[in-house]
Design a protein around this ligand. Structure first.
Ligand SMILES: [Zn+2]
Length: 540
């Protein structure tokens, strides 16, 4: 099995930390002298070793032979943390992932109880600045009077977003971005160990593209080595980096489609920071949106076969009406960028506008004084279709609500599955996240998609993607699992019941698109206004 290089070369002891010698030395000295703080705060840019340090620290504190600078790697605690980043008494939460954030408060409460087996009960909270106000309060309360066995290891890329009351109660360690030369040198060493041949020019390209993050550098080296088969040279690196740009651009779209402003702007920032001309980024983004719109419309497109499935899945990430609106906003921005000085600002504004689309309330709702029910069923007069019609159809994303699921080992593994997948290939991660349910059943990992998400399922069926899913599942669950992709209602469920549970909108969309495939008139009309047709169908 191929283990991704960033994981394989994850630092295992403080001395392994590259570029963070001061942090490593200070922590080693403190532990060597038996000075253990109740909370540590690790801050600095992404991909420079914060999470690795948190896990090394957790092993150092909880090793059967510890606290020690040299954890034994053999006791139950060491082995569990090495294998999964967690153990019976070490719990890890990634605040940047929505899947786990709602569990943060519960975890903080849990840490107050005595450990079950090891010396300390440790909470590792990554991207701690993402915590909710309630979770910060619970954390502060615990830090004010820390139980003797409780330890917190907090990590964040954004120190300024953490309340100062929390910061002041932690022992703080600043991590720094690595220079391109340091990354190139580390990549050269690891390539040597891995018997990957790579030209000095290619190393320099990869190191520069990594932008201070050793993890990103290793991940790029991994991709380049897989692509090349022989020696990694400059041409192959250019190809990999172009693919990265494509993935980033699609990542900007995914984030905007899900209404995640922060992620959308951060991903865009990576493209712009890499020195891309904002106007070119805007042009390419516009062309991506156009392709997605045409795919969603069921129109004939110039999308190459190899991209068809991936882009089809992506086009479903945004309701059709919003896609239309996105293209017209992008056209406006494109025109504006020709006259404006700051192309970067214009493309940022565009992305932020798109990220608002999921939050737009329907005009009907606003006019009726914020009624909770969705737009009325009756089809409005056709004449309204010309102006602003699709704005009124923009769906309202329900706010995240409902009781938080209790943390469970299975849930953690599934979250880890999502995280690892996102890290390996963002687009595949986005497609997998469209699954309605993901469950480990025996030796199978079953991803079940709604009937309206069939194209995401198809995209995941591609052999290379399936292989990636299998690898990631094995890593996340710690055992081999066969990937099973399904659509439709649960196999063991009542079909009638399941059909009633399929959203009405999904069924009519499905009907409309089935019809469109056989009826050329409907098909071309649909390119203009799909929603209109959906309603026409419902009247039959
Ligand atoms: Zn140990």
């Amino acid at each position: 099995m191929h283990v991704a290089l960033p994981r394989k070369w994850r630092p295992r002891i403080f001395d392994d930390l590259v570029g963070q010698e001061t942090v490593g030395r200070t922590l080693s000295n403190a532990i060597g002298e038996g000075r253990v703080a109740s909370a540590y705060l690790l801050t600095g840019p992404r991909g420079v070793g914060k999470t690795s340090t948190a896990r090394i620290l957790a092993r150092a504190l909880n090793c059967e032979k510890g606290p020690t600078v040299h954890p034994c790697d053999e006791c139950a605690s060491c082995r569990e943390i090495l294998a999964r980043g967690e153990s019976l008494d070490v719990h890890e939460i990634d605040g940047a992932s929505n899947r786990k954030i709602e569990n943060a408060r519960e975890l903080i409460e849990t840490v107050r109880y005595a450990p079950q087996r090891d010396r300390y009960r440790i909470a590792i909270i990554d991207e701690v600045h993402m915590l909710t106000a309630e979770a910060f309060n619970a954390l502060l309360k615990t830090l004010e009077e820390p139980p003797p066995h409780a330890r917190f290891i907090l990590a964040s890329t954004e120190l300024h977003k953490i309340p100062s009351t929390i910061v002041s109660r932690c022992q703080r360690f600043g991590f720094r971005a690595l220079t391109a030369a340091e990354i190139a040198e580390q990549l050269r060493k690891i390539a040597g160990e891995e018997k990957i041949r790579v030209t000095p020019g290619a190393l320099a390209m990869l190191a520069t593209a990594a932008e201070g993050s050793l993890r990103d550098g290793l991940s790029l080296l991994d991709q380049a080595a897989t692509l090349s088969g022989g020696t990694v040279n400059e041409a192959e690196c250019a190809e990999i980096l172009a693919l990265v740009d494509r993935d980033l651009l699609e990542g900007v779209f995914s984030a905007a489609a899900s209404g995640d402003r922060g992620a959308a702007v951060a991903t865009l920032g990576k493209l712009l920071d890499a020195g891309e001309d904002p106007r070119r980024v805007l042009k390419e983004f516009l062309s991506l949106l156009r392709r997605l719109l045409m795919l969603a419309a069921g129109a004939r497109t110039d999308v190459p076969e190899s991209d068809q499935k991936r882009l089809s899945a992506l086009s479903r990430a945004m309701p059709y009406e919003n896609l239309l609106r996105a293209v017209s906003l992008a056209l406006e921005s494109d025109a504006l960028s020709r006259r404006a000085d700051d192309g970067g600002l214009i493309v940022q504004m565009l992305v932020l506008k798109l990220a608002e689309l999921p939050r737009l309330k329907s005009i009907e709702e606003a006019l009726s004084g914020g009624a909770a029910s969705p737009a009325p069923q009756a089809a409005p007069p056709r004449s309204e279709a010309q102006g602003g019609r699709f704005l009124s159809l923009v769906s309202v994303e329900p706010e995240r609500a409902g009781p938080a699921a209790p943390p469970s080992p299975a849930g953690d593994a599934i979250s880890r599955f999502h995280d690892l997948l996102d890290a390996r290939r963002r687009v595949t991660g986005a497609q997998a996240s469209l699954a309605e349910t993901i469950q480990a059943e025996g030796d199978e990992l079953v991803l079940r998609f709604g009937i309206d998400k069939a194209s995401a399922k198809e995209a995941l069926e591609e052999p290379a993607v399936r292989k990636l899913l299998t690898e990631v599942a094995r890593e996340a669950f710690g055992r081999p699992l066969r990937i099973v992709l399904k659509t439709g209602p649960p196999a063991d469920g009542d079909l009638g019941q399941a059909a009633r549970e399929v959203p009405r909108e999904a069924i009519s969309r499905e009907r409309a698109s089935n019809r469109a495939e056989i009826d050329p008139v409907v098909r071309s009309a649909m390119e203009l206004f799909r929603a209109e047709l959906t309603e026409v169908k419902e009247e039959e």
